[in-house]
Design a protein around this ligand. Structure first.
Ligand code: PLP
Ligand code: COI
Length: 339
């Protein structure tokens, strides 16, 4: 697809080949100088650990076109840090924060024509990843690695953007109690494919996972974190070692406290206590804030604020967050990095 044929207002979350991607190899114990390449196909050994043993991790962040034409990245340092933690968990060499941010900037600059215009609601999604490659057969860390970043112009991940969606509680787990749930690694997503497909076949936006130990507490959506607002205006979000520490979640915790004056509680969200909440949402880079209209559990749909309207606190969090990302609202120091 060429940039000229993109209908910016109708973008979903689908692969579009953009002009250039960043590519860097780790060989002989060091990262080599990264380059930009037109080729979107990787040529790797059939023995690559990424193919057999899931030795890989990835990130997701966005570049936003502002009203004045400038370009914002949102908290890329946090993505760099999380990727370093994922690498540590999977015995992969990590990329220093400054190298990560510079590579993101290069990819955005090289694909500037693919950034959706201000006002369209779209953004340029960046997908950094590290994979174990090179000839190998035993279960061990790879002899070589690739760090790459490509980008895709995207619209809403869940159709319709800021509109309530229904979710269903899954009886499957996406991660084990002391497994890799807190790392952004492909295995967690492979585990979520079948439950996610089953949820969508029943017309739910996606499924929500419970804690893998007791199956009594909400953990997260397969592609986003969970939050809810209590009847006495507390912002509640699950705290668990098997949940991915989302950067949107982290940002909403700060904004709920500092801008909306809400008390924040990071703790247990019991599935049998959903009537404590008046609003609920899924939050993430791709999901932004997706209001949760209802959650189905054991065949019963629990409805929060409304099935077709967005609660006032969710709405305020959304406009604060997206206002900062698109440069319309001043963010806390360091959140926005100009490209
Ligand atoms: N949880 C999962 C499983 C995710 O895939 C994501 C998306 O990255 C999130 C939570 C939210 O994380 P972030 O806000 O950093 O995008
Ligand atoms: C993100 O929001 O960046 C994600 O990784 C979610 C999904 C596309 C896997």
């Amino acid at each position: 697809m060429t940039q000229g044929s993109i209908d910016w207002d109708k973008l979903g979350f689908d692969y579009i080949k953009t002009d250039l991607r960043y590519l860097s190899y780790w060989r002989d114990g060091a990262w080599q100088e990264g380059t930009l390449t037109e080729d979107n196909v990787l040529h790797i050994s059939e023995g690559s650990t990424a193919l057999h043993y899931g030795q890989q991790c990835f990130e997701g962040l966005k570049a936003y076109r502002c009203k004045d034409g400038s370009i914002n990245l949102f908290r890329p340092d946090q993505n760099a840090l999380r990727m370093q933690r994922s690498c540590a968990r999977l015995l992969m060499p990590s990329v220093p924060t400054d190298v990560f941010i510079e590579a993101c900037k290069k990819v955005v600059q090289a694909n500037e024509r693919f950034i959706p215009p201000y006002g369209s609601g779209g953004s340029l999604y960046l997908r950094p990843f590290i994979i174990g490659v090179g000839d190998n057969i035993g279960v061990r860390t790879a002899p070589e690695f690739i760090f790459s970043i490509f980008c895709v112009p995207v619209g809403p991940y869940f159709k319709g953007g800021l509109k309530p969606h229904n979710f269903v509680i899954s009886s499957y787990d996406r991660a084990a109690p002391n497994g890799t749930g807190a790392a952004k690694v492909g295995g967690n997503y492979a585990a979520s494919l079948m439950p996610g497909m089953q949820a969508k076949a029943q017309s739910f936006a996606d499924c929500i996972y419970l804690d893998p130990q007791t199956h009594s507490k909400i953990e997260e959506v397969g592609s986003a974190n969970f939050f809810a607002i209590t009847h006495n205006d507390e912002f509640v979000t699950p705290k668990s070692a098997s949940v991915l520490p989302g950067i949107t979640r982290l940002s909403l915790i700060e904004l709920a406290q500092s801008r909306l004056g809400l008390k924040v509680v990071e703790g247990d969200v019991f599935i049998d206590q959903l009537d404590t909440f008046k609003e609920a949402g899924a939050c993430g880079t791709a999901a932004v804030i997706t209001p949760i209209g209802g959650i189905e559990y054991n065949g019963k749909l629990h409805v929060f604020y409304s099935q077709d309207d967005v609660g006032p606190i969710t709405r305020r969090l959304y406009s604060e967050l997206t206002g900062i990302q698109f440069g319309d609202v001043e963010g806390p120091a360091g959140w926005v990095v100009k490209v």
